[in-house]
Design a protein around this ligand. Structure first.
Ligand code: ATP
Ligand code: MG
Length: 572
């Protein structure tokens, strides 16, 4: 397997020996200390997505952390929409985010929009202006950008920086009243144009945008920027611990500056702590990048089962429990790292292995005719629904003269160690009989059409009367009773371990990420729509009905392959 390394990465391997289940981490330790010292009385956290896309697996990490610590310390967590970019946000995203958080099993205390605080934020901006801490700048966007300097060069103070407080107040009110066009003025915090931290070089805190907002409609034509909004929203909600990802570390001085300047006016003083984003091999975990895949049509929407969005994973058959378990396994650190996809896959396999009912399905069918089995006869054989859990009970499976087996389970010139079917060899049909292959029927072009076999009537249930053993056991479906289905054989969306680092991540899309099997045969006991949990199709993997599956046109998604099938006995 190719490995991804970038500097000193602490990499979590899929091999479970290196997986940490320990729930303790530096953030929990910090909060415990804050409680002990009396600094914090009730822990209040928030999960603050911008409703500009669907949630992804990275958000699950932040959700588990924010809701998890609140629960651990008997506090609470808000789901707050940080909605300060009206052009990019929508009610569709708001609703999907609520649905996903609930589906993961978390309950928020309240569910505000940052935009609910626009009045209050405006008042805070007025206070900053009155204190001489903010000014209206009338430079063009290009000049503002140019004068901001670079990492190596300090910024330059603009010509409007020393406007009088009265002039600033009047201009800001006129901005709010709609007297100016987009971009004519902005409100900037007056900090330090020479700061080594570019975020502190008089950051813009309000801008003019004559656009409707999904929550506030046309009430506002000035909108506060994220950095201004975020910390103050935390303060308004009484958030004690504002947990965010490392890219906000350089913004913390600004977060603190704003709260310090308004310390006499805010109801509480939150503190920001950063942790490493989740980065998963073979995937992208940023809404913006995922949005690009959707917009450019590389995937079929946000809930495409190959996307590691929460909705895509749900459609793919992931369980909420396995996602939460995964988030616990990877832990919380300050160091960037890439997690192997196998860690996530194994968390899912473990959960489904425990919970999924077993069924039989044939993905690439090969017809078998059992010549000594009576025509027109059908008998029912009993299949257990879960080999380790008798509580799951059993089901009756129809058996008849013509069945389908997997093409892969037959080989013409088979080596000695091929324990499946070949002419002259005998295998066990799962739950049914021993069969022996007599003859291969071919099409004109030489391809295999079907097999003629015989069965041993004395081997019902999979045991021969004379104690004769066979090494291979294969799955099958009765041809007459089979339900035809389309099966999506999903695989990883990207071919490269770190597509986000590629200049053009689209060029590394895996062309084989959705192989379709159009002629799959399912045993009749498989429910065709609205499955709550994936099935294990024996020897093949875990499969769940797609959200578009109907009784007339069944569609199944492969959730995950089996790590190791019971076909250890059936496979060579
Ligand atoms: P965008 O690309 O639009 O910035 P995003 O994927 O970063 O989107 P946000 O809405 O900015 O998502 O993030 C909401 C919250 O989730 C933030 O607190 C952010 O720190 C956290 N978060 C986002 N991505 C990850 C990730 N990969 N791992 C852990 N937390 C994340
Ligand atoms: Mg972000």
């Amino acid at each position: 397997m190719r490995r991804f390394h970038s500097g000193p990465v602490a990499k979590l391997m899929s091999d479970s020996t290196s997986v940490k289940h320990d729930a303790s981490n530096f953030i929990r330790d910090m909060i415990a200390a804050d409680i002990k010292s009396g600094k914090t009385r009730q822990v209040i956290t928030r999960f603050p997505p911008e409703p500009n896309g669907y949630l992804h697996i990275g958000h699950a990490k932040s959700i588990c952390l924010n809701f998890g610590v609140a629960r651990n310390f008997n506090g609470y967590c808000n789901l707050r929409f940080d909605d300060t970019n009206p052009e990019k946000e929508s009610v569709e995203y708001v609703n999907s985010i609520r649905r996903d958080v609930e589906w993961l099993g978390f309950k928020w205390h309240s569910n505000p929009f940052a935009s609910d605080y626009f009045n209050q934020l405006y008042e805070y901006a007025l206070i900053l202006i009155k204190q001489g801490d903010a000014y209206v700048d009338s430079q063009s966007a290009e000049d503002i950008r140019a004068n901001r300097g670079t990492l190596k060069q300090p910024g330059i103070e603009g010509p409007w920086r020393d406007r009088s407080i009265d002039e600033n107040l009047e201009l800001f009110e006129d901005m709010k009243a709609g007297k100016y066009a987009d971009g004519e003025h902005v409100l900037r915090a007056k900090i330090d144009m020479k700061s080594g931290n570019i975020n502190m070089r008089d950051p813009i805190i309000y801008r003019i945008r004559h656009v409707s907002h999904h929550n506030t409609g046309d009430k506002w034509c000035i909108y506060p920027l994220y950095d201004f909004t975020h910390g103050l929203s935390d303060a308004i909600e009484g958030v004690t611990h504002s947990l965010c990802t490392l890219e906000f570390e350089d913004h913390r001085p600004l977060y603190d500056w704003i709260l310090d300047r308004l310390k006499n006016d805010i109801p509480a003083r939150p503190e920001q702590t950063e942790f490493a984003r989740l980065q998963l091999e073979y995937s992208l975990t940023s809404k913006r990048k995922l949005n690009q895949l959707v917009v450019d049509g590389h995937v079929n929407g946000w809930d495409d089962p190959r996307m590691l969005t929460i909705s895509g994973m749900r459609r793919r058959g992931f369980t909420a429990e396995s996602i939460v378990t995964f988030c616990g396994m990877i832990g919380i650190t300050k160091k960037d790292s890439h997690i192997e996809m196998g860690v996530l896959e194994n968390a899912l396999r473990d959960d489904l292995n425990r919970r999924a009912e077993r069924r039989m399905a044939v993905i690439n069918p090969l017809k078998v005719i059992i010549e000594n089995y009576p025509e027109q006869q059908t008998e029912m054989v009993t299949g257990v629904n879960h080999p380790q859990n008798p509580d799951y009970g059993s089901r009756e499976i129809p058996f008849s003269r013509e069945i389908y087996i997997e093409q892969d389970d037959f080989m013409e010139d088979a080596p000695k160690k091929f324990f499946r079917l070949s002419v002259g060899r005998e295998v066990r049909l799962r739950f049914a009989y021993y069969i022996t292959c007599k003859e291969v029927v071919k099409n004109d072009d030489g391809s295999i059409n079907s097999l003629i076999c015989s069965y041993d009537p004395e081997s019902r249930g999979g045991k021969s009367a004379d104690g004769r053993k066979v090494k291979g056991t294969i799955h099958w479906v009765s041809a007459h009773h089979a339900v035809n289905a389309r099966v999506n054989l999903y695989d990883r969306l990207f071919n490269t371990t770190n597509p986000g680092a590629e200049e053009n991540s689209v060029s590394t899309l895996n062309p084989d990420s959705n192989i379709v099997a159009d002629d799959a045969k399912l045993e009749p006991a498989i429910q065709l729509t609205d499955n709550k949990l994936a099935y294990q199709f024996e020897r093949l993997g875990y499969f769940i009905s797609d959200s578009e599956s109907t009784d007339d046109r069944p569609i199944f998604n492969r959730t995950m392959t089996l790590r190791d099938s019971w076909a250890r006995i059936g496979k060579s």
